[in-house]
Design a protein around this ligand. Structure first.
Ligand code: NAD
Ligand code: KPL
Length: 303
């Protein structure tokens, strides 16, 4: 069955090139005729991995192409995912599978509610990639892709295709837990790196602030039923900070490059969920407000 990849950015290109390299049928869906023309001119997607480059001449199409979609990998940012799928609505075959690669939470639930006949599979990825040209992707960090169905059900047979393509993967019966764990880490680390304009490791100088945030995020995780993640949040945060000390967080990079952040699906989602569950999180709200102000002053969207 053909893999349709919606969003040929960093992660979408990383998945598409590896699937194509393994001889699996892939089509990428580009957002405009102009991008399609540029893509065709370039002759395909180029993957740089461990200093080696390879080009894959993957077929590209526009959202309004006529062929039906049975398996869709959505690799847009969280704020673009739902409107991007809506453009393809008429092409979604009954019972199609939609894989959602978005960070944070909120977009996956909105999509599952809007397309109840599709099987929505969430993916939590710790792989790293960035684009260094419109059709070039650099594989920057090895990691894992956890896939799971928040509504339950068993692992799909096509995970073997990911193995064949060399895409690390594991099925998770608790994908929501995985996503919440990552969201909490991102809420503790990413906004502070933006506000202090620093690398992850430099947060060592702001230990008390991190502890205060963890003291609110842990009860929130527990209220969401994520007790194991709640119990070890602060030690997980420090482990990630030490492991990524020299890096700038993804949110810091977005702000530096003048790109919209996924704040609404990270800190915004944490604050909304806490309010709905009656968990008091004044420091998270304050951080959210300060971050929104910071973004607004730089002309960036605050949601
Ligand atoms: P990206 O900005 O590089 O790619 C997104 C792509 O989607 C862009 O090419 C954009 O043009 C395209 N797009 C948006 N709307 C579209 C539409 N309507 N039709 C067609 N294409 C459309 O983003 P990314 O870094 O690949 O991140 C994707 C998601 O994966 C994010 O939620 C991110 O947080 C998550 N993630 C990324 C990484 C990473 O290393 N890049 C790692 C883990 C998780
Ligand atoms: O996921 C991250 C990011 O930068 O988005 C880490 C490295 C965990 C920091 O929160």
């Amino acid at each position: 069955m053909t893999w349709h990849v919606l969003g040929a950015g960093a992660l979408g290109s990383l998945w598409a090139t590896r699937l194509a390299r393994a001889g699996l049928p892939v089509r990428i869906i580009l957002r405009s005729a102009e991008r399609l023309a540029d893509y065709r001119q370039a002759g395909g997607l180029t993957l740089e991995e461990a200093g080696q480059t390879s080009q894959q001449a993957i077929t590209a199409e526009l959202p309004d192409a006529p062929n039906p979609i049975h398996r869709l990998l959505v690799a847009c940012k969280a704020y673009d995912a739902e409107p991007a799928i809506a453009q393809l609505e008429a092409r979604l075959a009954p019972g199609c599978e939609i894989l959602l690669l978005q960070n944070g939470l909120g977009s996956q639930q909105a999509i599952a509610e809007r397309w109840p006949l599709a099987r929505c599979i969430s993916v939590s990825s710790t792989e790293g990639a960035y684009r260094d040209g419109p059709t070039r992707v650099v594989f920057a960090g090895r990691g894992q892709n956890w896939l799971g169905d928040p509504d339950g059900g068993c692992a799909p047979g096509w995970l073997g295709e990911l193995d064949r393509a060399g895409i690390p993967n594991a099925w998770s019966d608790d994908i929501l837990g995985r996503l919440w764990r990552k969201l909490a880490l991102n809420c503790a680390i990413n906004p502070l790196t933006v506000l202090h304009d620093c690398r992850n490791g430099e947060l060592r100088q702001h230990r008390a602030q991190l502890t205060a945030l963890c003291n609110e995020l842990s009860p929130l995780l527990a209220a969401c039923g994520q007790h194991a993640a709640a119990a070890q949040l602060e030690s997980d945060v420090w482990q990630v900070i030490e492991a990524t000390a020299a890096n700038y967080s993804s949110m810091h990079q977005d702000v530096r490059l003048g790109r919209r952040t996924e704040i609404a699906y990270l800190l915004g989602h944490a604050c909304t969920t806490a309010d709905a569950l009656g968990v008091s999180v004044p420091r998270l709200h304050d951080l959210h407000d300060r971050l929104r102000e910071y973004l607004g002053l730089r002309g960036l969207p605050t949601d």
